[in-house]
Write a protein that binds this ligand. Structure first.
Ligand SMILES: [Zn+2]
Length: 262
């Protein structure tokens, strides 16, 4: 407990960026960082906030129109909204975790020139797991609240959302080719801007895999139907993976090293 309050104290006012592919656990790590006192800022979330706050402004109408057409929002629209949100009192005082932005190198450089970030966290998850998580392990989502489940974390009652009791469905677009193509283009995007953060010494990787020689409590490992799960890594080896609790510990250790033991 003393450890945790010390960590919360050290995290106060920190500005953190979360980077990772879809399915790499950004939502979970955002929740961990929120539990340490940071404000979570997601791109979709602040866009919806903007529209709700002032639905008839020129800006809001543009946001609604562009999203309806299924297009990406242009920078001249997105950047001022993000900056405005990050400058608000809660973000300035408590600190924030920004998730889902940047998407391009230009946006990353823009962010670097305006915000003095403390840390950029890259969530490193083997691609076979991201693909398997959707295809083989039967990822399904709630039609109402959007909560996702898989065979790793199945719902209490099959087909029914634990959180709101509504129906779970598999999304139609979830076929292998579509998923692979999306992963690849997302990965290319991330690769285009990560070096900008690396040169500023802001980048730290948070891997999900556990090395062979690493002693680790069974309770912190990802399991499938009660058995420890082994994943094929991007280099072709086999490795174990951390579960939710294991990842939270790893995150806390990284933050302690970075912000306390300096
Ligand atoms: Zn639900």
């Amino acid at each position: 407990m003393k450890d945790l309050s010390q960590l919360k104290e050290a995290m106060r006012g920190r500005k953190i960026l979360l980077v990772g592919l879809k399915g790499s656990g950004k939502g979970n790590r955002s929740r961990d960082l929120m539990a340490l006192g940071l404000v979570h800022i997601g791109l979709g979330m602040i866009m919806r906030e903007q529209v709700r706050k002032d639905p008839n402004s020129e800006l809001s109408l543009k946001v609604v129109k562009t999203t309806r057409q299924g297009e990406l929002l242009p920078d001249d629209l997105v950047l001022p909204i993000i900056m405005d949100r990050l400058n608000q009192a809660d973000c300035q005082e408590q600190g924030f975790v920004l998730d889902g932005f940047p998407r391009t190198k230009a946006q990353a450089d823009w962010l670097l020139s305006r915000v003095s970030l403390d840390l950029v966290l890259y969530l490193d998850v083997p691609k076979t797991f991201l693909i398997d998580g959707i295809i083989r392990f039967n990822r399904r989502a709630c039609v109402v609240c959007g909560s996702t489940y898989s065979d790793f974390d199945p719902p209490q009652v099959e087909g029914i959302c634990d959180k709101c009791g509504n129906k779970l469905v598999r999304r139609k677009s979830d076929n292998l080719e579509v998923i692979k193509a999306r992963l690849q283009s997302d990965e290319e995007q991330i690769r285009s801007f990560l070096p900008s953060f690396k040169t500023k010494r802001l980048l730290q990787t948070l891997p999900i895999i556990v090395n062979d020689d690493q002693k680790i409590d069974d309770r912190n490992l990802k399991k499938l139907k009660g058995e420890v799960y082994w994943v094929q890594t991007d280099t072709g080896d086999k490795a174990r993976m951390l579960n939710y609790e294991g990842m939270r510990r790893r995150l806390h250790n990284l933050l302690k090293k970075k912000f306390i033991e300096v």
